[in-house]
Each structure stands twice: as C-alpha cells, then as structure tokens.
Design a protein around this ligand. Sequence first.
Ligand code: NAP
Length: 242
Amino acid sequence: MHVLILGGTTEARALAAALHSEVRVTSSLAGRVARPRLPEGEVRIGGFGGAEGLADWLRAHGVDAVIDATHPFARTMSFNAARAAATAHVPLLALRRPGWVPVAGDDWRSVASLEEAAAALDGLGERVFLTTGRMGLAAFAGCPQWFLVRSVDAPDAPMPDRAEVLLDRGPFTLEGEREVLRRHRVDVLVTKDSGGAATAPKLRAAREAGIPVVVVRRPPVPDGVPVATTPEEAADWVRGRR
Ligand code: NAP
C-alpha cells in the first residue's frame, strides 16, 4: 500500500512516523521553508502543478490513499487534493488539529481574512505582534501601526512600513512569549486559528497581559472530505483500508 501525506505540519510528521514501518509512505512538502524538518519515510518537495498535476502523480506512483495533513490555512492545496483524489479515484482524508477556543479572560476578535485582521487593528493599539507567517504580509502593508513580524524565514516585500522581523520557529514557551510581549511593549496580537500546542502559549501570555487578540478564522475543509483530528485517528483510517 502506498500512502501520500501532504505535509508541512507537526501532525503530518507524526503520521509518517506512525505509518512508515507498516506501509509505503511518501510525504510531500511545498518547499516554502529553507530547512524543513523532514518526516520519516520517503519525501518529495515542490508543487505538483495544480489538481491535474497531483491527479497524474497519484496515478503514476500507484497511490492508494491520500492524507491532506497540510496546515489548516493551506487552502489551495486542500482544494487541489479534493479535486485530484476525486479525479484519480483515490480515497482522501483531511487531518486537521482542532482550532483554538477562547476561555474566560480572553479578548478575541474573530475575522475572516488577513485583510479583515488589518482593518480590525484600528483602535486596538500602536504596537502589533504579527504571527501569521511570512506569506500574506501585503495585507498589512498600508497599516500605520508598528509591527513585530515573527516568521521562520525572512519575509519578502511588501511588508508593513514600520516593522521589525523576529526570526524564530516554534514550539514556543509561555515564559518566552511573556518576554516577547513585555520587551516589545505589544498592544495587540494577530494570529491565525492554527490550533495545536506548539504556538498556543502566546494566547495565554496575551490573556495574562490583558492584550486583545485578532484571530483569523480557518477556511473550510472541502465538501465531502472526511476529517480526522489526530495522527492516531488518521493512521487507523489508513489501516482500515489495507
Ligand atoms: P497553499 O496556498 O494551499 O498552496 C499553494 C501551492 O503550494 C499549491 O497549489 C501547491 O502547488 C503547493 N503546495 C502546498 N502544499 C504542498 C505540499 N504539502 N506538497 C506539495 N506542494 C504543496 O499552501 P501554503 O499556505 O502556501 O502552505 C504551503 C505549505 O506550508 C503547506 O504544505 C502547509 O502545510 C505549510 N504551512 C502553511 C502554513 C500557512 O499558514 N498557510 C503554516 C505552516 C505550514 P501546486 O499547485 O503546484 O501543486
């Protein structure tokens, strides 16, 4: 059995680790990060050339099942996977860690996009901690606020006019996040609803400091695609198809 894992997440690596001794596993990475953490099993890097390219790849490599374990915000890849799997008649499962849920004391503003997040900053403060990654920063290019932009690799232009870049990669600690908020005198945090533990401490640090958080909601999983929320659940789905 040959399983293709569309990866780029902690959960995708955990799934590859769980399955690679039982079935043939190929993990696919987009190639966005200069030095990615590589999963166990076979790895291929780079785009497929849209849904048609992916469907061709599935047929040419005898893929029996696909797990879309991409980041919840990798919308294009998820929709391409749904189309390609339908075209090539290969079963598809989406692996999505649960989103974050606000608790007492949180001051969250829910928005649908990075553009809405930029608009929502009005009146929330002068110093913004932007943790949405290095893609899509153009949405904040016209904003008057000062930004602390945190990303794994250096972002490209267009960027906010007034910005400092903090290169770092999770997992992050609560102590470390408290320190970032304090040292940079952050007024407001912007995040995607990525979910998971690795980047969650910033939310608690913001709550403790009474800092509002602008949270970008997730795009939907494509219609008709079943969803698992943990690597174990996804591994069992694969085992059930052997
Ligand atoms: P995207 O906008 O959904 O995808 C754009 C294109 O990148 C796709 O059409 C595909 O190119 C290629 N691609 C994306 N994921 C791929 C994969 N796993 N293997 C091969 N090609 C892939 O994706 P994105 O938001 O730029 O994210 C890119 C990668 O970074 C994903 O693998 C995702 O898991 C990871 N990531 C994303 C975020 C985020 O916030 N978006 C955060 C952390 C990690 P073709 O059409 O040529 O096939």
